[in-house]
Design a protein around this ligand. Structure first.
Ligand code: CP
Ligand code: NVA
Length: 311
């Protein structure tokens, strides 16, 4: 049996495969332009395939985009809440992996603990996809790179500036910077710095990743400003609102970026916290293109995991 192709983190996938997936997402999006949402893509490339999408945390975009992606690719999805499974009563991840491998063709897991994804992948004979963990959110980054490139052209050598919490999204942005060769500047409070392992990986890769405590310094001349919620799922709010207030993206901070810079946010958003409504709903914001691209980018991830790209 050949090893299944998992999509757990961007730094574990080759640069060329990541590029192939972005290009596939763009091609798949173009090919179905104008199709009603409920109709399948030409080719129905995942016909006969079923995805089990398991959620330990709430989700709107990930849940709906994976389900619609599978439907449009001609396949099926089972959306499962882990609390309703025997997992919620203590059945092991290893046994769950083996059982689901007998029923479905791939598993997407959203989890509060990244080690569960690893354990699932170690014990499954089918592809495992990270639909967000406490560590990272690689599917979101595929949509983000795709969205950036639709608006600004190739991301290589461009500058993306983060202002906010050094959270799971930052880890995936760091991985993306190393894999797609762009500069990533992170402005965050020193108490909320990004995952050291991701920073160490970036250093090893020679990636252009910088951390500062100045939102203005990070934003200067950037092609894109990006942020995320101040309190991620599983976090306590604690003193985060006070610590993160200086990192809010407002119109004044947008003015420090390049004049044609875009604003991104993975959503869900809290207007007047991590970004003002004026920025979130302003002319430079591409947040709803970004949300839509979850659908197209995830089709590429699913097609890659199931060996359907280039068939
Ligand atoms: N961006 C994102 O993953 O959204 P959901 O939490 O709604 O899935
Ligand atoms: N950092 C956020 C992302 C939500 C899509 C969280 O983990 O809650």
């Amino acid at each position: 049996m050949t090893n299944p192709t998992h999509f757990l983190d961007l730094h574990e996938v080759s640069k060329s495969d990541l590029r192939t997936m972005i290009d596939d997402g763009i091609a798949v999006k173009k090919a179905r332009a104008g199709f009603p949402k409920g109709t399948a893509d030409t080719g129905r490339s995942l016909e006969g395939h079923t995805l089990a999408a398991i959620f330990e945390f709430p989700s709107t975009r990930t849940r709906v985009s994976f389900d619609m992606a599978m439907r449009q690719l001609g396949g099926d999805t089972m959306v499962l809440n882990s609390a309703d499974m025997q997992l919620g009563r203590g059945e092991s991840i290893a046994d769950t992996a083996q059982v689901l491998s007998r029923f479905v063709d791939a598993i997407m897991l959203r989890t509060d603990n990244h080690s569960k994804l690893i354990e699932l992948a170690e014990n499954a004979s089918i592809p495992i996809i990270n639909g967000l963990s406490n560590n990272s959110h690689p599917c979101q980054l595929m949509a983000d790179v795709m969205t950036f490139e639709e608006h600004k052209g190739p991301i290589t050598n461009k500058v993306v500036a983060w202002s906010g919490d050094g959270n799971n999204m930052v880890t995936s942005w760091i991985h993306a910077a190393g894999q797609f060769d762009f500069e990533f500047r992170i402005a965050c409070p020193k108490e909320l710095t990004p995952d050291q392992r991701a920073l160490d990986w970036a250093k090893e890769m020679g990636a252009s990743v910088y951390v500062t405590q100045s939102a203005e310094e990070a934003a200067a001349g950037a092609d894109c400003l990006v942020t995320d919620t101040w309190v991620s799922m599983g976090d306590d709010a604690g003193d985060r609102h006070n610590m993160l207030a200086p990192f809010q993206i407002d119109e004044k901070l947008m003015e420090k970026a390049a004049t044609d810079a875009i604003f991104m946010h993975c959503l869900p958003a809290h207007r007047e916290e991590e970004a003002t409504a004026a920025v979130m709903d302003g002319p430079q914001s591409v947040i709803f293109d970004e949300a839509e691209n979850r659908l197209h980018a995830q089709k590429a991830v699913l097609r890659w995991c199931l060996g359907k790209i280039g068939e």
